[in-house]
Design a protein around this ligand. Structure first.
Ligand code: 26Q
Length: 821
């Protein structure tokens, strides 16, 4: 080229090569002869980071100068997945970097595999936050994501003797080139102690919170770049540390132990992600984590607002704060505290600002998963907030008593404080009262919220309720995970679909093109071959890429019914055993997912899957026609390898229990056909892809409610269905567990005598539907058509669509294109 590109910003192959070589020397302090794989990974990561920084600085500059309205997304979890490949795609330099590497004698893919992903989330909720950050940047919306920089993310799962064992996730051990520590950006966060009340000189009642502990929150920023735009937003995660003054004091007093001890206590707060989803424990440290990151974030927003020369009274015009479930709902009380105790506003104005600032997304219909805190515990961690919540509640109950003519049952259900053997704080009620908008995450979920867990809120404040169906980013879940399918699609309809997923519709006519169908199935086959290779390497199990890949990957939970899938597998196994020469479509059943470490039945479900696999995989009568695989340590990295290889996507939760699901979208987008109940977003997926391209089974949410109210008796299904009876008896006989007839008793008993999630009621319908799946798969040409149409009709499920709806209907924010100078 005639001119030399800047080695920190240039996007050409030669410049990238130069940057990588430079970084190897000046960042890693190495030369090729002694460089390790990690050194090269770091050299490339820093080259990419330089290019991100250019866009990031430009974005921040523009936001500050032009004083735009900003979305603050508050989430206790961000399940980002590996950064390098994603950033290369969004920068539009994947090919160029691949070439630069090649010329340096390096294999980019091999280096990408080196990256340890930041697993700062449990599952769906954390991954949704990550997809939303991608879409916010891609849509050029000014946004900040706030969360916690856990030192240890979700545990690493290993399987030993069929059981899950957990190992700590030390994701920072080799350093993190994607973050910048902002040491100067820190806030003091108080915990415990008591509240002094006094009258100031003007005779106004004032509150002074004297804490027992003060912790410092330090900002760590990660730039989030949009796809082929200059917008790079900030993900700001808080790390807890000891304030300097604290250990300094004890240290000078000669109390070294106490100084070190206080440092440990402070650092504990952002130490580890709680690995439970949907089954919550009321642990003090968890409450401290929530308050810690919410207080840092709100103080940060107020700081940004005031530094721009604006007035505190206009806070809600500058920021809209989205609560990702109730985990950050303490923000409602914290903003009240900051506005009143720190910025001296009166109650009425503080409440006016607060209730115009927050919006709340609910992610669950399980009543037991609604977050509550023991009032005593709450008061001992946040004494001032307890006072504020009492006062918020007092005013609200006064209002509700008039509105509801003293309907005590309703009033007590709406109250922020629950009464029982012990009093408790209801976080969902705090979120509902303190927010101007409340939304569910799929159409069915949003409807059920209004009829069940948030019924009384809906009746009191119907105007607040909305739906925002979840979506997933096509950048990570297609372009990155499935470049082969991406190329095939773009070859026919161009690349517009990557930013406007509705354009996939243009693929529909190609479902009738035999040549295209062949190429489509060839891509699928290659992805299955690649996954088979990984399975062989990781587990030593041979699986046939010509078999149907039937995939059930998600957190392990009773309501998600992984054990229903097991009942199907054993049923199929028994059929073949009775008639070994029967004509059966070979299938590979692939499971993956983590169980919360304290959730015994979920762990037992993993053991059951592995035990059944051991018998089925090695039975000579089966002769390899069905295989069962449990792929360990399901995370974003592994998901990217699994989704593209799926023929069948299992979405089999009890209707009315799964709020939305997002794996269902990723699988269908990658051409898998769904076997599913009418639950969560399955309903909308089926509407979009067409009922003829969706394998529906099971009771509807209404039927589930009816069956339960009429007194469901699982035993009747068991005794009246010989195949079901045989399966359960077999598990109980120790057939799959070396004749140990007790291991699975807890599971089978809970099915026979309770079966909360109606596996038995849905069993026959599930088996019948699986027979239809098998028939359909025999006609590969027809299957190919269905698969293409699935992908072609998934346009709605882009997180870009979700985010656009949030922007227009809740946040009222607009795009701000960023220019590079
Ligand atoms: C709360 C308090 C204490 C400890 C842990 C928790 C906690 C942590 C994580 C509670 C729930 C979660 C995660 C919930 C979750 O992932 N829900 C899923 O959200 C997805 C995105 O909206 C939906 O698609 C899924 O249907 C829903 O299950």
């Amino acid at each position: 080229s005639p001119y030399l590109e800047d080695s920190r910003t240039g996007l050409g192959v030669d410049t990238l090569k130069r940057a990588i070589r430079n970084n190897l020397f000046y960042v890693q302090g190495k030369f090729p002869e002694i460089a390790t794989r990690n050194d090269y990974y770091m050299a490339i990561a820093y080259a990419v980071r330089d290019r991100l920084l250019q866009r990031w600085v430009a974005s921040v500059k523009q936001y500050i100068q032009e004083k735009h309205r900003v979305v603050a997304y508050l989430s206790a979890e961000y399940l980002l997945g590996p950064h390098l490949a994603n950033n290369l795609i969004n920068l539009g330099i994947y090919k160029e970097t691949e070439q630069a590497c090649k010329e340096l004698g390096l294999d980019l893919e091999w280096l990408i595999e080196k990256e340890v992903e930041p697993g700062l989330g449990n599952g769906g909720l954390g991954r949704l936050a990550a997809c939303y950050m991608d879409s916010l940047a891609t849509l050029e919306v000014p946004a900040i994501g706030y969360g916690i920089r856990y030192q240890f993310g979700i545990f690493e799962q290993d399987i030993r003797d069929g059981w899950q064992v957990e190992d700590t996730d030390n994701w920072l051990r080799r350093g993190n080139p994607w973050e910048i520590a902002r040491r100067e950006l820190s806030y003091d966060i108080k915990f415990g102690g008591y509240v002094q009340t006094y009258l100031d000189r003007a005779g106004k009642l004032c509150f002074n919170w004297i804490p027992e502990l003060v912790v410092k929150g330090v900002a760590y920023d990660t730039p989030i770049l949009g796809y082929k735009v200059n917008t790079a937003n900030t993900l700001r995660l808080w790390k807890s540390e000891a304030p300097h003054s604290f250990d300094f004091q004890s240290f000078n007093a000669g109390d070294y132990n106490s100084a070190v001890n206080s440092k440990i206590i402070c650092e504990n707060i952002s130490k580890v992600l709680y690995p439970n989803d949907e089954q919550i424990e009321g642990k003090r440290l968890r409450l401290q984590q929530q308050y810690f990151f919410v207080s840092c974030s709100l103080q940060d927003m107020i700081g940004i607002h005031l530094r721009q020369g604006e007035k505190i009274h206009d806070f809600h015009k500058k920021f809209v704060v989205q609560l990702n479930d109730t985990h950050p709902a303490i923000g409602v009380a914290e903003l009240m505290r900051l506005l009143m105790d720190v910025h001296q506003l009166e109650w009425e104005e503080a409440w006016d600002i607060t209730s115009k600032t927050f919006a709340y997304t609910n992610h669950t219909l399980l009543p037991e998963a609604l977050e509550t805190w023991d009032l005593q515990l709450f008061g001992s961690v946040l004494p001032r907030h307890l006072q504020l919540i009492y006062e918020i509640n007092r005013r609200f109950v006064d209002y509700a008593t008039i509105k509801l003519y003293g309907n005590h049952q309703k009033i007590s259900s709406l109250s922020l404080i629950g009464e029982g053997p012990r009093k408790y704080i209801k976080m969902a009620n705090l979120a509902c009262l303190g927010s101007f908008a409340i939304n569910g995450v799929a159409a069915l979920h949003s409807e059920l919220l209004k009829k069940t867990v948030l019924k009384d809120w809906y009746e009191l404040m119907p105007h607040k309720f909305q739906n925002k169906t979840n979506g997933v980013t096509p950048r990570r879940w297609m372009v990155l995970a499935n470049p082969e399918l991406t190329n095939l699609i773009s070859g026919k309809i161009g690349e517009g679909w990557i930013k406007n997923l509705h354009e996939l519709k243009q693929l529909e006519p190609f479902a009738d093109d035999p040549e295209f169908r062949k190429e489509w199935m060839q891509v699928k086959f290659n992805k299955k071959k690649a996954l088979a290779k990984r399975i062989k390497k990781r587990l030593g199990v041979d699986v046939d890429p010509n078999s149907m890949f039937d995939i059930l990957v998600k957190r392990i939970h009773e309501y998600k019914r992984q054990h229903l899938k097991v009942l199907h597998i054993i049923t199929l196994y028994n059929q073949i055993k009775k008639n070994p020469s029967m004509d059966v479509v070979p299938r590979t059943f692939i499971f993956a997912g983590k169980a919360a470490p304290g959730y015994r039945k979920a762990k037992l479900m993993i053991k059951l899957i592995n035990s059944v696999g051991e018998i089925v995989n090695n039975d000579p009568d089966i002769n390899g026609r069905i295989k069962v695989v449990f792929y360990p340590n399901y995370n974003v990295t592994n998901a990217q390898k699994i989704y593209p290889a799926a023929d069948v996507s299992e979405q089999i939760s009890t209707a009315g229990k799964e709020a939305s699901g997002t794996g269902n979208m990723k699988l269908s987008l990658n051409g898998a056909l769904t076997v599913g109940t009418l639950d969560g977003a399955n309903v909308e997926i089926r509407e979009c892809v067409g009922e003829e391209n969706f394998f529906l089974f099971g009771l509807t949410a209404d039927e589930v409610a009816k069956v339960k109210s009429e007194g469901y008796k699982p035993w009747d299904y068991y005794s009246e269905n010989p195949n079901l009876k045989e399966v359960i008896d077999q598990i109980n006989s120790g057939y799959f567990s070396h004749l140990d007839s007790k291991v699975f008793k807890e599971l089978t008993d809970s099915l026979l005598y309770d079966d909360q999630y109606l596996l038995f009621a849905d069993y026959q319908s599930y088996i019948d539907t699986q027979a239809k799946v098998e028939e359909a798969f025999k006609d590969q040409d027809k299957w190919a058509r269905m698969s293409i149409l699935n992908t072609a009709r998934m346009g709605k499920f882009s997180s870009d669509r979700s985010i656009r709806e949030y922007c227009d209907e809740i946040w009222k924010v607009e795009s701000v294109p960023v220019t590079l100078d």
